[in-house]
Write a protein that binds this ligand. Structure first.
Ligand code: SF4
Length: 359
């Protein structure tokens, strides 16, 4: 079964570490964007009935009620098995939560990143930990208990004690799903530029190094496991049965159709990508397509899953040299025909994946 991704790249502010195409745009662009999205959805021929929907961003929780209702009405398959909306803390109101539930949204992903006020301010965001607490309660009252909380390890000013504070909040709020990302500072983000050129505004000098960030991530793995949140993918942790069905499609190479700026689609054989920028998308630019390299992709997306990938005999032979090297180095482990990353391999996963792309 396939999934649908809707990109809504509008945000209330541009976060200091962010280098997505998302950001703050004039109101008029937002209106034109919703109209273009609706037109793209209307023009689509559906070869399958979608099982999952994911509204990502950007900040789709800023979408007006009427717009959201209209866009979702253009996607067949309602009620979907899983329909997620990404929300910025501070944007969840009882009215919105009820509307989301009414439209078939049954999962909300909150971009919290940190519960520590000085870290949150440095990113440019405005929420506080009590706001997140209130909003999780609002969602639960509206019948949306399937809540994900995103955290970032390695934010400017983060210390072991402050990271523990964020993890304490996770224990207190008990969401069934948590995503933990290790911050990789992009040179083009405001934080990245400050790191290169100097300055004190975004806390570049106080950004934890790779080793500290990895230690924070490891702390989270341990703490979340103790809370019953199993790591099922490098950055994703869930109570049994709460794994993201939509995101699993990406890692299992199942088809999905993406709509909006920079949205990607995969039909099992071909990958395509819509124009990257909002301006390019609004100008009616066409999607670019390339043949998928499923035999290689199977490794670098499949290995992201802690269950690993089951290899065919010819794949063991084809990738024998890198597999053996990573087994010897303790980055991969093999058992009953299944290859998976070890705990150390997760931290060096990019190095491992690279080998399967270039072989
Ligand atoms: S991090 Fe998220 S909310 Fe912040 S600017 Fe980027 S897309 Fe928008």
């Amino acid at each position: 079964m396939a999934g649908v991704y809707i990109a809504y790249p509008f945000c209330a502010q541009k976060c200091t570490y962010c280098n997505f195409v998302s950001g703050v745009f004039p109101r008029d662009a937002e209106r034109r964007y919703v109209a273009a999205l609706a037109a793209e959805l209307r023009a689509h021929t559906w070869p399958w009935r979608p099982e999952t929907v994911y509204l990502g961003g950007g900040t789709p929780s800023m979408l007006g009620c009427g717009d959201l209702r209209e866009l979702l009405s253009l996607i067949p398959g309602h009620p979907w098995k899983e329909a997620t909306i990404e929300a910025a803390p501070g944007s969840v109101t009882p009215e919105r939560a009820l509307l989301w539930a009414e439209c078939g949204i049954n999962r909300v992903s909150l971009g919290v990143q940190s519960f520590v006020e000085r870290e949150i301010r440095r990113t440019g965001r405005k929420h506080t930990a009590p706001i997140v607490e209130q909003e999780v309660a609002i969602l639960r009252r509206a019948g949306i208990g399937n809540v994900n909380i995103d955290l970032i390890a390695g934010l400017a000013g983060q210390t072991e004690a402050s990271w523990r504070e964020s993890l304490d909040w996770i224990e207190r709020l008990a969401p069934p799903h948590v995503s933990v990302y290790m911050l990789e500072v992009d040179e083009d983000s405001r934080l990245g530029k400050e790191m290169l050129l100097g300055g004190v505004r975004y806390g570049a000098a106080e950004t934890p190094d790779e080793e500290q960030t990895a230690a924070f991530y490891e702390m989270a793995v341990e703490r979340l496991a103790a809370l019953g949140l199993r790591r099922y993918e490098i950055s994703n942790f869930a109570q049994p049965g709460y794994e993201s069905l939509h995101n699993l499609k990406y890692w299992r190479l199942e088809p999905y159709a993406g709509f909006g700026a920079d949205a990607h689609s995969f039909d099992g054989q071909t990958r395509s990508q819509n124009p990257e920028s909002v301006a390019g998308y609004l100008a009616g630019g066409r999607a670019q397509s390339v043949p998928a390299r499923v035999d290689e992709e199977r490794f670098f997306v499949g290995l992201r899953l802690m269950d690993g990938v089951r290899l065919e005999p010819d794949e063991w032979r084809r990738f024998e040299a890198p597999i053996q090297r990573f087994l010897d180095e303790g980055l991969l482990e093999a058992e009953d025909g299944v290859l998976r990353l070890t705990g150390r391999g997760v931290l060096l996963s990019n190095e491992v994946f690279q080998e399967f792309i270039t072989t």
